[in-house]
Design a protein around this ligand. Sequence first.
Ligand code: SF4
Length: 187
Amino acid sequence: MGEQVSPAVVAGREKPDVWGCVKCAQLGKTCCQQREIFVTAGDRERIAVHTGIRDFWEYRAPADPSYLDQDDDPVWLQSVFLPDGTRPVLTRKENGDCRFLGPAGCELPLEVRPLVCRLYPYEYTAVGIIGVSGDCPSQVVPPGSTILQVLNMRAADAVRWHRILYAELRAGKESFHDSGTHIRSAG
Ligand code: SF4
């Protein structure tokens, strides 16, 4: 499914052998530096309460048109996009990094991060979690381990976050219009 992104790992920098997102950052750009991050109305409210700011998102059309090819998840298609093809995403720094990516990883607490960030690298539809993305490079996973173990992801958390995500999606498009201060962009 479209724009999912891994939480940048903050632990492990002091270790000679690092794995997961820290290792990924050593190899090249991480998903926190490349992906457009969709934010639900709930995400926007949680982040606004935590940060005290509201200008951290904008409407933008997907840079990758293949993102619209999601016939397996009509709930996503119908709930995420406005009629003009845009959807609310986090703004990014000039270098393309997510605006919340700091030198030690994501600056947002786990339970405040966008739900799609928390769920990555799980793949899912409205029905439930259907697998794990193969996008993470194999070099970031030590022998005998899995990416979910490296990221310390618990299945129970993923199920809970998935339930919240789709509840917020189904809550309705009117929530997209809860702020008049955001930037609207066709980018
Ligand atoms: S909100 Fe955090 S985890 Fe999500 S893309 Fe930005 S830095 Fe990465």
